[in-house]
Design a protein around this ligand. Structure first.
Ligand code: WT7
Length: 695
């Protein structure tokens, strides 16, 4: 995206993409085909463009509606699309109550705690129903939650999290779960943006063998929210071990309450799920964008749930009797759609794991898979790379059999794909490389595991009912098979789309639609291509290879970080005058962040300042955002108008081409910075393989 601010695609991840050659197809096995929800090519016809938008009835009909819709797609307020208008339903009812008829005693969730000596918990649909109802009563009667209120959750991977999400949904309240690994400050920013008066948190949890104090972040979050003018009236604190408080921070009288203290009074009570119009907001999921302010993608009960259920059924091939394990964190959209809403809407068994994939070692996932009989496995390239590095031969030692495996969140290298296929999947499983975004609610590019061949490193064609196109800077279509990269867009609306950016329709329009809109007054969806924010290449067969973000977002191990957020965190350090965050290729994490900083006059570079920058980022965003390196440079390469040329420093950090530097205001600084950074990186052994020695 060549915006004024960024100076063009130059600073993007797409620019440092690896250039893979065309790969061979892999075909699904007969067994996978025989069992698949989608094995008849007729499904591709049903979802072909001439059947749009009615094709999506098939997804909506997976749900139970209190009132059937009269209009499948209303485009009258384009691009604020409305799906299944006139329909009424409730997401909590669809994920819980309706399964009581025939699946009451079946496990809805299986929760595996990280510590090896703690027992695994199976939570049946009946038990989930009980918990969701009791929490809903607590939210309503103890916390005063009403229809449309936003409730911020800052929870790790414990089974209370999906239960409380579904309890909010039951009341028509909007949950906003903030990833547990995010800092108190990041949580506070999101509380303020959402306008939440209630925060739900936990005292602590286990991660990589450590007990993490989590409640401490709640106190920070509330302070930060207050600075933004938002008062949190109540904090509900779950206890990781009932009756035992793990946190060091005191409970605040009159504000903080232990959930397990107040629950006994609601024992056995129920609340009828509120029947709401399809377009009623269900949750907000914050993600990073071009400005420093995170944006809340707003998703709804009808379209979103239908889309999550439909894609879970066809792309993850989930049947009610499967045991499905998605290794994502519910704090991200993947966990919302593919741990909670999609699988539970279909009445399957969804496995949740509390901790780190390699705790205590790289055999843990395969032990869990064997013990629980997992047959669908879902994770991200960064985890696959790590498991491959630490225990390449471990999967063969365990007796599990996957039919489908999913990879999501970032491009997967063909080599890594092949290890996943051969070693983890034992050449039996189909891999769905599902490309999508927080904003899309569900998959938008992938292969159907029983129907379409796989190609390592490519996600595949557009998902059912999704018609992608590559557009160049001028809005021309980049022809299929040309080998030229373009901005990947979705030509049509789909039910899983975000409805808007919470409280900011203008930002919704400008981020996703202005770029390629043909007529702002048009009510015809053909005039409104949706800008995904990724660069991609389309092969002659219509398969897309996603190259990475084209905007100011860095995708670190599948986590989306805004360069502006990173830079403003760095600027909170007293001595720092300027900061620029750039993506750097990394063997394990896909991309990592490096920060370039220039100091105010009178200060000189020191380890203390470097550490200060790292600390500031951990405080403002969280440990996930910790930069790999902080380079204190004498000056930033700049344009004549004073803009930092990130393309140049991205090139330096990646040992790749820095491009034309002749138009810079200070071209001489490029060589100086290159010497400094590349010498240091050589000493640290951080030279990428393909850059070779001496380059
Ligand atoms: C960005 C969205 C939605 C899943 C979790 C991430 C990248 C996502 C793939 C894939 C290549 C992928 C894109 C996208 N991405 N899936 N299969 N292959 N890249 O959600 O945090 O909103 O990030 O993740 O760059 O734009 P997110």
């Amino acid at each position: 995206m060549a915006t004024e601010e960024t100076g063009g695609v130059e600073l993007s991840e797409a620019q440092i993409a690896v250039h893979w050659r065309e790969e061979e197809y892999y075909h699904p096995t007969n067994k996978v085909i025989a069992g698949a929800n989608a094995s008849d090519p007729a499904i591709l016809e049903r979802f072909a463009e001439e059947n749009f938008p009615d094709c999506f009835r098939e997804y909506a009909e997976l749900l139970s509606w209190d009132q059937y819709w009269h209009t499948t797609l209303d485009t009258s307020h384009a691009p604020f699309w409305k799906w299944f208008v006139g329909g009424k339903l409730n997401a909590s009812y669809n994920c819980v109550d309706r399964h009581l008829v025939d699946k009451a005693n079946k496990a809805a969730l299986i929760w595996v705690p990280e510590p090896l000596d703690e027992p695994t918990q199976a939570i049946t649909y009946r038990e989930l129903y009980r918990r969701v109802n009791e929490y809903a009563v607590m939210l309503r009667d103890f916390c005063g939650v009403k229809f449309g209120d936003r409730v911020t959750l800052h929870m790790p991977m414990v089974p209370e999290l999906p239960a409380i999400m579904l309890a909010c949904a039951r009341l028509g309240a909007i949950h906003s779960e903030v990833f547990g690994g995010f800092s108190g400050t990041a949580c506070g920013d999101r509380i303020a943006d959402a306008g939440s008066k209630l925060l739900i948190t936990i005292d602590g949890y286990y991660r990589a063998g450590q007990l993490i104090d989590h409640k401490v972040k709640a106190d920070e979050a509330i302070e930060v929210a207050k600075k933004h003018g938002q008062t949190v009236e109540r904090v509900m604190v779950f206890r990781r071990h009932q009756g035992r408080y793990l946190s060091e921070t005191p409970m605040v009288d009159g504000r903080d309450f232990f959930v397990d203290d107040v629950m006994p009074q609601y024992r056995g009570q129920t609340v009828a799920p509120l029947s709401v119009p399809a377009e009623t907001p269900l949750f907000l999921m914050y993600s990073s964008g071009t400005t420093g302010r995170p944006k809340g993608a707003q998703h709804c009960h009808g379209g979103y749930l239908a889309y999550a259920a439909g894609t879970t059924k066809f792309y993850l091939d989930v049947h009610p009797d499967d045991t499905y394990w998605c290794f994502a964190d519910i704090g991200w959209i993947t966990g919302h759609s593919y741990i909670v809403y999609g699988p539970l809407a279909l009445g399957t068994t969804s496995v949740m794991y509390e901790g780190a994939p390699t705790w205590p070692d790289a055999a843990r996932p395969w032990q869990i898979a064997e013990r629980l009989g997992v047959n669908i496995f879902h994770t991200a390239p960064t985890t696959i790379r790590m498991l491959r590095k630490l225990g390449p031969d471990e999967p063969a030692k365990y007796d599990y059999h996957f039919k489908v495996m999913c990879t999501v969140g970032e491009p997967i290298e063909p080599e890594v794909w092949r290890w996943y296929y051969n070693s983890v999947g034992k050449k039996e499983a189909s891999i769905a490389d599902t490309w999508w975004l927080t904003e899309t609610g569900g998959h938008i590019g992938a292969t159907l595991p029983g129907l379409q061949p796989m190609k390592p490193g490519s996600c595949g064609p557009g998902a059912l009912g999704i018609y992608p196109v590559l557009l160049d800077e001028d809005g021309n279509v980049v022809p299929r098979g040309s080998g030229v990269a373009g901005n990947i867009c979705i030509r049509n609306p789909w039910p899983g789309t975000l409805q808007t950016v919470w409280g900011d329709d203008e930002r919704f329009l400008s981020t996703y639609y202005r770029r390629y809109n043909r007529n702002p007054d048009s009510q015809d969806w053909h005039d409104w291509p949706f800008l995904c924010g990724d660069g991609a290449v389309e092969s002659a067969d219509g398969y897309f290879r996603i190259l990475g973000r084209i905007d100011d977002v860095i995708n670190v191990a599948g986590h989306r970080l805004g360069t502006k957020e990173l830079e403003s965190a760095a600027l909170t350090v007293e001595e720092v005058a300027e900061a620029a965050a750039v993506p750097v290729r990394d063997e394990l994490r896909g991309r990592v962040v490096e920060l370039y900083v220039a100091l105010k006059p009178g200060y000189s570079a020191s380890k203390r300042i470097e550490d200060g920058v790292v600390e500031a980022i951990e405080r403002e965003i969280g440990k996930v955002a910790r930069p790999k390196n902080v380079w204190i440079v004498p000056d930033m390469p700049k344009t004549r108008s004073g803009k930092i040329m990130r393309r140049v420093i991205t090139g330096i950090s990646n040992f790749s081409d820095v491009g034309d530097t002749s138009t810079l205001a200070n071209p001489e600084v490029v060589e100086e910075v290159r010497q400094q950074v590349q010498t240091a990186k050589r000493e640290r052994g951080e030279v990428p393989v393909e850059a070779g020695e001496g380059s």
